[in-house]
Design a protein around this ligand. Structure first.
Ligand SMILES: CC(C)(COP(=O)(O)OP(=O)(O)OC[C@H]1O[C@@H](n2cnc3c(N)ncnc32)[C@H](O)[C@@H]1OP(=O)(O)O)[C@@H](O)C(=O)NCCC(=O)NCCS
Length: 220
């Protein structure tokens, strides 16, 4: 796997200038960022008031060491991250843990990280279906652009280990109550055998609205 990078040239207006942000496949030396990544993910989930699968720094470091992660770096500063994991004996690959440092948002960085993560997944698992489960509108937008479509959870992996990852989420009782058929997250799937044409791509705002309706009905 070559060391590839995407150079983003962006400006923060008067506040500060960013000359280069490098989005690339993570290397073992970057496992040192694991604690920071966990903190960024956790703090963002608290701010959004949403549920999130909890991850430990050891888990993130292992994803980095096994060549399953993408990092965004501004010099030595980690400003974004995501990773992939295969499930169901390699039939499915989930893209997870997407995070952008709050100071670096709205620059198109999540789009660049998603694209790089997609590239990594297709390189390492060319025959797998890719999926993500999310409540995030930006993520739904990005997934739709890449040809993912919304699906019920029954079309995703039935690998128990994947769903165990939801146990740390505060909405886990909703998933359990629904026999794992649905929850507040929307499931999105990219099937390499059936890529969607731009016309068929789903509207992320409609997905987000459905998500909100689900949420209302689950409020106690
Ligand atoms: C979600 C997140 C990764 C987006 O990062 P970002 O770098 O600011 O996103 P981008 O600039 O690449 O924008 C991607 C798209 O989402 C849109 N977007 C970004 N933030 C948005 C927001 N708060 N509300 C609605 N749309 C938003 C952008 O307009 C863009 O859409 P476009 O391509 O149609 O213009 C970032 O806000 C974050 O880290 N949030 C906390 C963690 C999280 O929610 N992760 C996802 C868990 S599944």
């Amino acid at each position: 796997m070559g060391r590839e990078s995407v150079q983003l040239i962006q400006s923060f207006g008067n506040k500060m200038d960013i000359k280069d942000i490098t989005v690339k496949f993570a290397e073992p030396s970057e496992a040192k960022y694991a604690e920071l990544i966990v903190r960024l993910i956790y703090e963002s989930a608290l701010q959004r008031g949403t549920g999130i699968a909890k991850r430990t720094p050891e888990y993130i470091a292992q994803k980095i060491n096994s060549g399953k992660s993408v990092v965004a770096l501004h010099g030595d500063r980690l400003v974004g991250f995501s990773y992939i994991e295969s499930w169901g004996h390699g039939d499915f690959v989930a893209t997870s843990g997407l995070i952008v440092d709050p100071e670096y948002r709205h620059l198109g960085l999540a789009g660049a990280i998603k694209a790089k993560t997609f590239e990594l997944a297709r390189l390492r698992f060319p025959f797998a279906k890719l999926f993500s489960i999310t409540t995030s509108l930006p993520v739904m937008k990005l997934n739709s652009k890449m040809g993912y479509k919304p699906v019920t959870f029954s079309e995703l992996t039935d690998d128990e280990e994947f769903w165990r990852g939801c146990e740390g989420c505060r909405n886990y009782d909703i998933l359990q109550r629904n026999n794992r058929r649905m929850c507040l997250c929307t499931g999105m799937l990219y099937d390499p055998k059936q890529p969607l044409s731009p016309d068929e791509r789903p509207n992320p705002y409609v997905m987000k609205m459905k998500n909100s309706i689900k949420k209302i009905f689950h409020l106690k």
